[in-house]
Design a protein around this ligand. Structure first.
Ligand code: ADP
Ligand code: MG
Ligand code: MG
Length: 905
């Protein structure tokens, strides 16, 4: 088994398409070598080794790769001419993790590994820059202490123990910035850091380079199973068994003086998708300095720099003097970087997110990957690349993450409201969108508030991976520090969450839980609004309006239409919802629930009158009152869906849901119907069930009270005829819920057909309609061949089907499902993502049995799963005619359907 792949000097044993084995970072480091991009030499220990590490343990793995590691280190030495673990001519390395899919900030990197007192002296002498040597050394001890020796702060208000030591020293010296510390200070830091390590771990800090290296390799492997990595994988459905690779790479130093720098850049704008090379850098800095938000990073391109300055209210003079672009400060490196980003984008045919370091005027690339982006950028970049002829239409569809379209459908700030909104602070437009909510300062508070259905905005100095959970439930994120590539910005864009970063003027006080801006002090719980597209922070709540669905969004939707084989319908109970869904591309209604119509205004009175009626005759009188109301509702929906099918489900919930529960309302009902209060109470109490979900509901109502089905069928057919007379094309489908045995649907179908016949005779005209059933009881799936003989269509009610197949009550499962997911008993919530393995078998069987007896049987799904991409793809694989989902999920389902078609082609 080959455990290690080397790269360097234009050659590599790996390739870009070996991500599973080498991780994303390692595979791309190899590829960059192969296409002539300057990359420091190094090697990658495979993900396979990580899996073995988790299975067989540390010793077995060390034994297996020991010699290979040694040889690979020699490979680096050969290319650089330096020696690892040799104080006279030292080679330092970085140890970096890298999983098959990028997990930003999840795994920790250690830089400058291989350094000790003697090595630092040599580096100081050789470079003629002792500051650089001791700065590298103190960084190493700090990083190694944090990452490998586990000295991260434990309390959320605590700061890093090493940072505390730095702060103490700065205070003693009376200076503000790290850069103001001199060589002796840095030396003292190293001593104090090591003392802190000793105190904390009881062990001396390792001085041997190989001891350091192995420690770091273990730490990378161990980090695969740290809490935040596990959380990120769970949130993004990344398999546990992937494992991470370890990259060991020769150091290049961005902290060697003013002719050195480090930075990150994007070949296009990750927020808006604009085709504009952009990025940030810092002179005389290393590694994460740019994203850590310690110093204000500068822009790479002059145009970007000017835009940035304008947004920060910085004059052109001040900008040019204090914050020059890389183009201005190191023009040759900037030009070379422009060429390289171009080359990389051409090569990968996608927007690249790159890391680079300049050591003494020489540019090195340290990473490239397809950049994370907002939903808007995803759409624009793909359409731009299509127009530029770099990718084809099918690739556009494949590149979409359907769930991300959601961001484009959401409201933006109302233009008028924004004009009058009071701007309290300004930061960077880190991730576009509009967010309004109550201020919280800590991730756990964000989670707690969100669980109480509160809208929150997380306000922080800066964010770190520990804040992930909180960020994921917040409406938006506001930070005081950090640039466009800070942790907050990158993660927010990845989540499609609105974010304003680096609002330097806001003063956050974690202890007091306040933030001061624009002369006002806000407490936890106060309302603010943030504009991720402009960087503005507004006082209070600012009104929002619906998103614009034209342009590139429409173009992508047209492509989806062109390639998908399955239709997308919507679940809509009102003409308003139907219209919204139609605008979003729905081609019909897959589920129109009728019960909601009975709650509006005075209708509930007629409904209650019907329910407590003592006999059929009085029930019919009450139903007569409901008929015109229902008919009117259906007319509105038919009109909104002119030309498309409308699937109307007959009454489904148990009657008990409609009766009054308060004495006052019962008394009213008694008066209204001329009955005594006791009589009314008796009926209402009598309707109560131990297990209403499995009680007197669905077709059981229509079969025990046939006049209800009769009234509903009449309302549907009459409405259809009325609309048809007005020139509207109506295609009604009448759907019977909760069928388990053939006779149930037979009886309902008979009532519907007889009623239709009667209405046609009365009116002297007809309309085509279909009768179908929901498949939502496991038994119905098992006898689908019998049921298919009676009906024109099946619609899978996967909410109930999931509930009854798992035996989980939808209303009570929340409590244990969360625990089940944490324990890994279930990977996902089966009410969100269709359980293809179990419930899917029933769906597949019902499709097969149904079409077996009736090949033209129309098949669809109307559960919540109809808008969930993986479930939509599953439905496509069964050749369903359509999926139906809530209006705002329609574009997502359309794309998923197109992806299913393109991926299977
Ligand atoms: P992450 O996955 O969190 O981005 P990386 O391994 O990419 O972690 O590294 C963290 C930082 O260290 C990045 O800024 C990267 O460019 C820098 N870095 C990594 N390896 C080297 C190296 N050999 N020389 C100089 N800088 C490096
Ligand atoms: Mg990186
Ligand atoms: Mg149901």
């Amino acid at each position: 088994m080959k455990t290690i792949y080397t790269f360097g000097n234009g050659q590599a044993e790996g390739r870009a398409d070996m991500k599973d084995l080498l991780g994303g970072k390692g595979a791309n480091l190899a590829e960059m070598n192969l296409i002539g991009v300057p990359v420091p030499p190094g090697f990658t220990i495979t993900t396979e080794v990580c899996r073995l590490y988790n299975e067989k343990g540390r010793e077995a793995v060390v034994e297996m790769i020991k010699d290979d590691v040694k040889k690979s280190v020699e490979h680096i030495e050969k290319l650089t001419g330096n020696k690892f673990n040799d104080p006279s001519n030292p080679q330092l390395v970085s140890v970096r993790s890298g999983a098959p899919v990028s997990m930003p900030g999840m795994m920790d990197t250690v830089l400058n590994l291989g350094i000790n007192d003697a090595v630092a002296e040599t580096l100081a002498k050789k470079s003629g820059n002792p500051r650089f040597a001791w700065d590298s050394y103190r960084r190493f001890v700090q990083m190694y202490g944090d990452v490998v020796l586990g000295m991260k702060p434990t309390n959320k208000t605590d700061i890093d123990p090493f940072e505390a030591i730095i702060e103490e020293l700065k205070e003693k010296k009376g200076v503000k910035f790290d850069t103001e510390l001199d060589v002796d200070d840095l030396k003292e830091l190293v001593v104090r850091f090591k003392a802190a390590v000793k105190e904390n771990t009881g062990k001396d800090f390792p001085t041997d380079a190989y001891d350091q290296l192995w420690g770091a390799i273990y730490a990378v492997f161990d980090s695969w199973n740290n809490d935040r990595a596990i959380l990120y994988r769970r949130m993004n459905q990344i398999p546990e068994e992937y494992g991470t690779a370890v990259n060991v790479q020769a150091m290049v130093y961005g902290n060697m003086g003013n002719n050195s720098a480090t930075g990150v850049c994007f070949s296009r704008d990750a927020g808006t998708g604009e085709n504009l090379f952009n990025g940030e850098y810092l002179i005389n800095a290393q590694g994460e300095d740019v994203v850590a938000g310690v110093r204000t990073p500068q822009q790479i391109m002059t145009e970007g720099s000017r835009r940035w300055a304008a947004m920060q209210g910085i004059s052109e003079e001040e900008r040019a003097a204090k914050y020059p672009s890389l183009e201005e400060s190191m023009p040759e490196c900037a030009n070379q970087l422009v060429d390289i980003q171009h080359k990389l984008e051409e090569h990968y045919r996608d927007m690249q997110d790159m890391e680079f370091t300049i050591q003494d005027g020489k540019l090195w690339l340290l990473q490239t990957r397809n950049g994370k982006r907002t939903g808007a950028a995803m759409v624009k970049i793909a359409m731009d690349l299509l127009r530029e002829g770099k990718i084809d239409e099918k690739t556009v569809i494949k590149r979409m993450e359907p769930g991300k379209l959601d961001e484009l459908l959401h409201p933006v700030f109302d233009k008028a409201a924004v004009k009058t909104a009071k701007v309290m602070a300004k930061g960077l437009p880190a991730s576009p969108g509009a967010a309004t909510g109550q201020i919280v300062f800590f991730a756990d508070d964000a989670e707690e508030w969100a669980s109480r259905k509160k809208k929150v905005i997380m306000v922080r100095l800066e964010t770190s991976p520990e804040d992930l959970r909180g960020m994921s439930v917040a409406q938006g994120i506001l930070t005081a520090r950090g640039g466009m590539t800070s942790h907050a910005a990158v993660v927010a864009r990845g989540m499609g969450k609105c974010c304003v970063s680096g609002a330097g003027e806001i003063k956050v006080d974690y202890k007091a839980r306040t933030v001061e801006m624009g002369g006002k002090t806000y407490k936890e719980g106060d309302w603010i609004s943030i504009n991720g597209s402009t960087g503005e922070v507004y006082d209070g709540l600012v009104a929002t309006v619906d998103a614009d669905l034209s342009g590139d969004f429409a173009a992508v939707m047209n492509l989806a239409e062109k390639y998908s084989k399955m239709d997308v319908y919507t679940n809509a109970d009102s003409p308003r919802d139907a219209k919204v869904a139609r605008k979003l591309g729905a081609h019909g209604i897959g589920l129109c629930r009728t019960e909601h119509m009975f709650f509006e205004g005075d209708r509930i009175k007629a409904m209650r009158e019907m329910i407590i009626a003592p006999d059929e005759a009085s029930r019919r009188i009450a139903l007569q009152k409901l008929l015109p109301l229902q008919r009117g509702d259906f007319e509105g929906i038919f009109e909104a869906m002119d030309g498309y099918e409308v699937t109307i489900r007959l009454l489904d919930p148990p009657l008990h849901e409609f009766v009054p529960h308060q004495l006052e309302t019962m008394r009213e009902l008694a008066e209204q119907t001329g009955r005594t209060l006791d009589e009314v109470k008796l009926v209402c109490d009598g309707l109560e069930e131990f297990n209403p979900m499995l009680g007197h509901r669905g077709c059981r109502l229509g079969n025990t009270y046939p006049e209800i089905t009769e009234m509903q069928a009449r309302a549907i057919i009459e409405a259809a005829l009325n609309m048809q007379a007005r020139g509207i094309v109506v295609k009604p489908k009448i759907m019977v819920p909760l069928i388990g045995v053939k006779n149930e649907i037979q009886m309902q179908a008979d009532i519907i057909n007889e009623t239709a016949k009667k209405v046609f005779a009365e009116r002297g005209e007809t309309v085509a309609y279909k009768v179908g059933t929901m498949i939502e009881i496991p038994r119905a799936a098992l006898v689908a061949d019998q049921i298919a003989q009676v009906v024109d269509f099946f619609s899978f009610g996967t909410n109930d089907l999931t509930q009854m197949t798992f035996g989980y009550s939808r209303d009570d499962a929340g409590k244990f499902l969360a625990i089940y997911k944490n324990l890994g008993i279930l990977k996902v919530d089966p009410f969100e993502v269709l359980d293809q393995e179990g419930v899917g078998q029933l769906v597949e069987m019902a499709c097969r049995k149904g079409r077996g007896v009736k090949p033209e049987l129309n098949l669809g799904i109307c559960g919540e799963h109809g808008g969930e991409p993986s479930s939509v793809k599953f439905c496509a694989s069964l050749n369903m005619n359509y999926v139906s989902c809530s209006p705002y999920r329609v574009p997502i389902a359309r794309l998923a359907a197109a992806q299913a078609a393109v991926e299977n082609a």
